[in-house]
Design a binder for this molecule. Structure first.
Ligand code: UD1
Ligand code: CA
Length: 546
């Protein structure tokens, strides 16, 4: 905005209900591209660097006010009263902006002069809150045209195939200047033929707007105060009203129902995807790839089909995401791989690997070259560089150091029914498969735990934690308790083979087993001393996951 003067204000109209959405949620809060609809209007508005942004609210006032407060804390909220119509909305906004300007001027000690008298001065941009594809560049063009042509009002218009429901632009045949805007319900048969429509996006000269608004009434088919009537008013004063025709109707299309919402959401996404492709991102299937407006992607990122990148997700160069992955507010490091994963508020380190079938919940942080593998859920979990949680595990409220390996099917038991507790596992630790870490508990650096252990007490650095009881084999149990089953027969055959018996002898043995009488080898085995504890089941080849 170097050549064009800063506008005095942008007024965003957001007081309407949006009846045709048939929703408890106000229309302008329905999301697309990862933001409530009105958020896109606010983003475009801010690109003009206006002195003020005002948002007119009424329907579901508290909900809308809260959303606007989050999207744009600097925006001024203006309440529309119970008089309906876009004209009334702008009357309320201008009155609020004027008295704010007067108060500021008074506070600055300017006791007289036109600022205190009238209020804001310069260009006032009005945008509807339900035109999500409108961008700052288009608004900038409209504002430049307004100043360059010396207009009192400049309207953004477009031509559509079906103009039903829109206000029609009536132009003067010779000059092409705008004479008036006629609402669909007030239009004559001839006027209904006009395909150039009002987008509800305008630039007004503040003084013209103030005078025009003061004379509005609601004598029309809808009994509403129409902002569009300010155009005809400006003409009566002999002022210039011109239209900027947007070539791309999508840019100025409003959302009135959920069909339009999905059409515009898809179009917004198509534009976002294309922009990233041109910036060096490989998108294998644009039709099934959804990227929110605030997502940031580095060059040479690859997105595979059915990937949704939402919120403030950031992806580093060389990373591959998808297929079938949804990431919301996730930071993905350079060269990382994320396959068939659902994640939110997580950080994935450089070169790390996630999935397939991983669920990363908020507070997950995976270090450089770490791994969160298949059927693994994590939450509030810090997993250090090179550490791996490869299979079938839950890691919640846990800190795992570097280069540690968590055995398959392990759970950090973090919840005692009242409080959540933390599991801390050091670096270069190797925990066995099927471990329960009953938090709060700590496993030291370089410690091991045996498979099947329930770790309730801290394991010191370098120690082996074992809780599994010694194994007892009850010989012949199947033959006695499950006689006649396929298992009994298989066991009997195996025993016969082991004893080197011929077919005839094996059949005899099988018959014995079927009746439950113990055999000699079984009787001997049950007498045997229990074996010593097996070596650590988890301790296999160094650095290999199980
Ligand atoms: C309006 C225009 C129409 C234009 C169309 C484009 C008028 C009279 N008509 O009609 O020429 O073609 O938009 O979509 O302006 N709003 C308020 N307060 C109100 C009424 C509406 O803030 O009392 C807001 C809505 O929240 C919405 C915007 O104004 O963001 C447009 O309102 P909507 O009811 O959609 O206007 P249309 O009847 O479509
Ligand atoms: Ca509308």
């Amino acid at each position: 905005m170097t050549e064009t003067p800063q506008p005095a204000a942008v007024i965003v109209l957001a007081a309407g209900q949006g009846t045709r959405m048939k929703s408890a949620l106000p229309k302008i809060l329905h999301p697309l591209g990862g933001k409530p609809m009105v958020g896109h209007a606010l983003t475009a508005a801010r690109e003009l660097e206006p002195l003020q942004v005002a948002v007119v609210v009424r329907h579901e006032r508290e909900l809308v006010a809260e959303a606007v407060g989050q999207l744009d804390p600097g925006a001024v909220l203006v309440d529309q009263d119970d008089i309906p119509g876009t004209g009334r909305a702008v009357q309320c906004a201008l009155a609020a902006l004027d008295s704010k300007a007067q108060a500021a001027a008074a506070a600055a000690g300017i006791a007289d002069g036109e600022i205190v008298g009238d209020g804001i001065d310069g260009a006032v941009v009005v945008v509807a809150g339900d035109v999500p594809l409108l961008d700052g560049a288009t608004l900038g063009q409209l504002l430049s045209a307004h100043h360059a042509d010396g207009n009192a009002v400049t309207v953004l218009t477009t031509e559509v195939a079906d103009a039903a429901g829109y206000g029609r632009i009536v132009r003067e045949p010779d000059t092409g200047d705008v004479l008036e805007i006629v609402e669909h319900k007030d239009a004559s048969a001839d006027q209904l033929e006009i395909r150039e429509i009002n987008s509800s996006v305008y630039v007004f000269d503040a003084a013209t707007l103030r005078r025009g608004l003061s004379g509005l009434d609601s004598r029309n088919a809808q009994g509403e105060v129409y902002l569009t009537d300010v155009i005809a008013f400006a003409r009566t004063e002999g002022l210039h009203v011109r239209a900027l025709l947007a070539d791309d109707p999508m840019l100025v299309e409003g959302v009135n129902d959920r069909v339009a919402l999905s059409v515009l959401a898809r179009e917004m996404n198509r534009r976002i995807v294309e922009e990233w492709q041109r910036a060096g991102v490989t998108v294998q299937d644009p039709a099934t790839t959804w990227i929110d407006v605030d997502v940031e992607l580095a060059p040479d990122v690859t997105l595979l089909p059915n990937t949704q990148l939402q919120g403030a997700t950031v992806v580093g160069t060389g990373a591959t995401i998808g297929p079938d992955t949804t990431l919301t507010d996730v930071e993905v490091g350079v060269g990382a791989t994320v396959v068939r994963t659902h994640g939110s508020l997580a950080v994935i380190g450089e070169g790390a690997s996630v999935g397939p079938f991983a669920y990363l919940r908020p507070g997950t942080s995976l270090g450089r070259k770490g791994k969160i593998g298949t059927f693994v859920e994590t939450k509030n979990a810090e997993i250090g560089a090179g550490s791996k949680v490869p299979h079938l595990s839950y890691v919640g409220d846990a800190t795992i150091g570097e280069h540690s390996n968590i055995g398959a099917a392990s759970v950090t038991v973090n919840y005692d029914g009242v409080h959540k507790h933390r599991t801390v596992i050091g670096s270069h630790a190797r925990t066995g498969a099927d471990n329960m870490f009953v938090a709060p508990v700590t496993v030291g650096d370089g410690a091991y735990t045996a498979a099947g252990s329930v770790i309730r007490r801290d394991v010191p650095a370098g120690a082996l934690g074992v809780t599994a009881g010694q194994q007892r084999n009850i010989e012949g149990w199947v033959a006695r308790r499950r006689p006649g089953t396929a298992a009994a027969e298989a066991a009997s055959n195996a025993q016969g083979r082991a004893a080197g018996l011929g077919d005839q002898a094996q059949r005899q043995l099988a018959q014995q087993n079927a009746t439950g009488a113990p055999t000699a080898p079984q009787a001997a085995a049950t007498q045997a001393e229990p074996a010593d504890l097996a070596p650590v089941p988890g301790a296999d080849k160094e650095g290999k996951s199980r």
